[in-house]
Design a protein around this ligand. Sequence first.
Ligand code: ACO
Length: 326
Amino acid sequence: MKKARIIGTGSYVPEKVLTNKDLEQFLDTTDEWILTRTGIRERHIVAEGEFTSDLAAHAARRAMEMAGTPAEAIDLVVVGTITGDFPWPATACLVQQKIGAVNAYAYDVSAACSGFVYALSAAVSAIESGRIKKALVIGAEVLSRIVDWTDRNTCVLFGDGAGAVVLEAGDGDAGVLSTHLHSDGSFWELLYQPGFGSRYPASEDGLKQRLPFLKMQGNEVFKVAVRSLAEVALEALQANGMGVNDVSLFIPHQANRRILEASAKRIGLGDDQVYINVDRFGNTSGASIPLALDEANRAGRIKPGDMVLLDAFGGGFTWASALIRW
Ligand code: ACO
């Protein structure tokens, strides 16, 4: 069976930076509160006229450039996102058009902050089955357009961005060794966007109730996130007959620093094994893992043969891991 190898990574964040100090100007919050509770210092925010598909296309081009893969060679474009340009069509179709991946089929995956790992898993299966040879897997989000900028409990946490990888069918040891995916729909109400869908269709009244904005019960999310991130990471290692010392780099979903540190500790990982960039980007949901992966890759933190463990948790609830031999 062929393995799905990552042959290129790319990422993109919008130019505009919104610092905690900037938030102090219009919210009842402080830099100190945000930093100690979340580890976040700043986040990037899209400009007017800039959309999720734009961020995704930028990240995709960078990944294809590193891979040396022309757009026509891509068989599949899959985007993990919960903030697509439109409810439909899929943002993946818009990206396909923007980058000229004319021979690909394209669709989105909705798994919130686990979206990228879910999308990666689907692409890996398509490659391993022999159905396709090359895939572009993207996580892209514009959270700034679905957070309520009057709600200090949520809006300080999130940012915009995108990350992408090019996967190729290959022989040999390198590639995605396993993916593990889980969901528990009984937690859906702890983290969701109420409107506007079939349950709460568009209405003036719904707008007054602020239904189109993200809702979250942070404390509850925190507890389940730490437990699930640890369990699914250990599941990946066990399935591959490995231990924590085999992990060269652990790249968790960048939700906030306290979640990352608590789950890494529970898994038994040392600080030097954990990649953290939430301080500069905030929580970019489905974009956070590929954004961190690209940053680490370009900084030379990942070498051939290294074992990279991706670990995600998000609304649904959904959680997932991927173990990759680089
Ligand atoms: N600035 C100042 N004060 C604030 C702010 C703010 N931005 N936000 C909340 N507060 C206040 C609250 O109103 C509350 O005040 P009160 O005691 O007078 O009522 C106080 O701070 C404490 O609030 P808590 O919610 O108990 O604060 P906590 O320490 O739990 O931290 C946080 C909140 C950071 C959201 C935490 O629960 C958390 O990290 N949860 C995880 C949520 C998360 O990361 N979600 C992302 C999506 S899911 C994912 O990506 C995994």
